[in-house]
Design a protein around this ligand. Structure first.
Ligand code: CU
Length: 381
């Protein structure tokens, strides 16, 4: 029987040596498959990062991102980051000012960019000129309070903390000094985001590497400005007073302003983001406190990662994408047509009455394969 089946295989041109190699290949394929299919639930790590190569990341103000590689080079590293709590008065809209609590002076704070399995080593400084205790909760970190309990600093102090970035994606970070101070500090602007890229880069809907030509980070911020009896925004002289006055304002759940990057019109006109026709742009948007929904008028998300979480297969062709408060979203779009695009919160009241609108100016040649005007406006015939 055995001899007969062996003869049959030989007739087909398959010999025992080849069978042996086929078996080895099958076994190694099964082993690989098993390795890559380890559930995120069961992943384990070793070591606390001591001794890894160190790199310093220079922080930049949003909507720009620091320098980074899309595909990781070499082994996981310790990425050193310094954030400084800065309390300062900002003008949110012409004539309306407030005390902002910020990381590094911008709302939102700077974007941190690392790769999966890198460590972030944060130095958090609270200058003696400040009035408040601050700290930081990283949604990207693992451990109770997201590092909040390890990073409390009084004015005049600094602290260092290191965490492993185990999961790829865009994650919010924010100050969380406890109790009602949490929403007061977060809605005073004290939030930002970290992007943890997969080491092998981003993948498209077919699982193939997809790169981008530029990336922008904007955060929508709901501001609650204390008002006087006549409904006029109060001119408050100290941060302590602002904290006391803010509670009633935030409890109304009625934002005075909803803006991108800290100010009405921060990303409009001469401050608009820019791109060229043919460029692939990664649009990262976060909201640390409140739900929102992003829409690019006249464009789409070619690829959309809900929550900005890159290990999931991206959705394609989205027109509007949701961002639950305390999270982010990432969308990749290749611009096909030139012009000024509005990128906004598609609750259009929040966009046009409260300020949640930005612009992207795109240079290039109009392509009539997508759209063209057939007849200019003229009297109805
Ligand atoms: Cu704070």
């Amino acid at each position: 029987m055995k001899q007969r089946s062996m003869q049959k295989l030989k007739q087909k041109g398959i010999f025992p040596v080849q069978l042996f190699f086929m078996l080895i290949m099958l076994l190694s394929f099964a082993a690989c498959k098993n390795q890559s299919s380890t559930s995120v639930v069961d992943k384990t790590f070793s070591g606390d990062g001591d001794g890894l190569e160190r790199v310093k990341q220079e922080m930049v103000a949003p909507p720009n991102l620091p320098k980074f590689d899309q595909v990781a080079k070499g082994e996981p590293k310790i990425v050193e980051v310094t954030l400084t709590a800065i309390e300062k008065k900002i003008e949110v809209a012409p004539g309306d000012s407030m005390w902002a609590f910020t990381f590094n002076g911008s709302v939102p704070g700077p974007m941190i960019v690392v790769h999966q399995n890198d460590f972030v080593e944060l130095t958090l400084k609270n200058p003696a000129t400040n009035t408040q205790m601050h700290n930081i909760d990283f949604h990207a970190s693992t451990g109770a309070m997201g590092g909040g309990d390890l990073t409390f600093v009084n004015p005049g102090e600094e602290v260092k903390m290191r965490f492993r970035c185990t999961r790829p994606g865009v994650f919010v970070y924010h100050c969380a000094p406890g109790g009602k101070m949490v929403p007061i500090h977060v809605t005073a602007g004290m939030n930002g985001a970290i992007m943890v890229l997969p080491r092998e880069g981003l993948k498209d809907e077919n699982g193939k590497l997809v790169t981008f030509d530029k990336a922008y980070y904007m955060a929508e911020q709901d501001f609650y400005l204390p008002k006087d009896k006549n409904g006029k925004v109060k001119n408050i002289s100290t941060p302590q007073e602002a904290v006391q006055e803010s509670e009633d304002a935030i409890k109304s759940l009625m934002p005075t302003y909803i803006v991108f990057n800290g100010k009405q019109g921060a990303l409009l006109g001469k401050n608009a983001m820019t791109a060229k026709v043919g460029e692939k742009v990664l649009l990262i948007t976060a909201q640390a406190n409140r739900d929102t929904r992003m829409h690019l008028i006249g464009g789409h998300a070619d690829l959309y990662w809900p929550g900005g979480k890159f290990n999931n297969k991206p959705y394609t062709d989205f027109e509007t994408w949701a961002i639950p408060g305390g999270s982010a979203a990432a969308a990749l779009y290749k611009f096909r047509e030139p012009g000024t695009y509005a990128f906004l919160n598609h609750n259009l009241i929040e966009a046009f009455e409260y300020g949640a609108v930005a612009q992207i100016k795109v240079e290039g040649k109009w392509d009539s394969t997508y759209m063209k005007q057939i007849a200019k406006p003229s009297p109805i015939k």
